[in-house]
Design a protein around this ligand. Sequence first.
Ligand code: GLP
Length: 281
Amino acid sequence: MQVIIRPNAAAAADLAAGVIARNLREEPGLVLGLATGRTMEPVYARLVQMHRKEGLDFSNCHTFNLDEYIGLPAQHQNSYRRYMNQHLFEHVNIKLENTHLPNGLADDLETECAAYERLIKKRGGIDLQLLGIGRNGHLGFNEPPSELYSLTRVEALSPVTRQQNESLFESPDQMPQRAITMGLGTILDCRRCILLATGEEKAAVVAETVESPITSMIPATALQLHPECVLILDEAAGGQLKDSGHYRQIFDNEPKWESFRRAWPPVRTNGIEVVRAPDKQ
Ligand code: GLP
């Protein structure tokens, strides 16, 4: 697991979007795993901007989202289908039929979960998976404890998750109690993944994800098993890591990040690193 710390949330989201764009340019038929949540909104905004200004092409790309609430119709304001349409799909040249989310209204949820797994495999698996993290360490909606080899399935949402997300609903009781989520095994099967976490409220769980032994009680620790996983953090989310000085140097020195360093050269003002979004330089 490689850990990158960027100076602020905007710079972290820009880097995540930059990695996605790079992968898409190199592999136009990319199979992209997508995540929802507040953290991802600036990532999608940046991708939309790159589509408009630089012609970033989504026309051959296929997407699979991590999860969807059970019981919400696609047009419900809190469904993840609606989130994806609003934040990304409606603004880029992706074919809607190439975008996939589990169907939380399926009559037979078990069959739906198995079908989602088959569809991912039929597409050749996920090339690049974007991940956020819940305050309890969930990935998608893999709540603690989650089996490390779990596949797409129905999960009961934990009180921590309900508390984290219910403010997004008109009233707390409107928030579904269950969701369909890719399993940790499904996620670990992807070729490359990026976990993006920003803000102080993620600092404790980020430190556990990187530094705790792997445990089903902190589902994100499963990423320690993945050979191509990058955690992109802002200073606040990286604030409780023991070795943050080392992680800061990775972006500044490692050849893998050189082209990104060129795209976003730091501007130093009185020793404080300020990162400007590329279009504002
Ligand atoms: C939801 C999603 C997760 C997401 C998490 C974090 O529960 N199912 O995939 O990572 O929230 O959301 P936020 O970015 O709003 O903190």
